[in-house]
Design a protein around this ligand. Sequence first.
Ligand SMILES: [Zn+2]
Length: 88
Amino acid sequence: MQQTPSVGRVVHYVSHGTPARPDGSQAFRQECRAAIVTEVDKEDPTRVGLAVLNPSGLFFHPLAGGCVLDEAPEGARDGGSWHWPERT
Ligand SMILES: [Zn+2]
């Protein structure tokens, strides 16, 4: 399954967790956030611009320095990446 993202699709953006403390705990863990694709890199369609819908505000990620696809399982993804929403 390898869908190509297009403008207007809804994906998940992975928020950046806060740095791990010495004991390994984190004040804020990574979270999946709803995001709408605003731009798609024509040469590399896995790189997109996103409008991220955080619970308390919008966050815009233009294609310049955009978000890359990370299909690793939950917890192993890079903060700042995107993926297709998990099926539940
Ligand atoms: Zn997700």
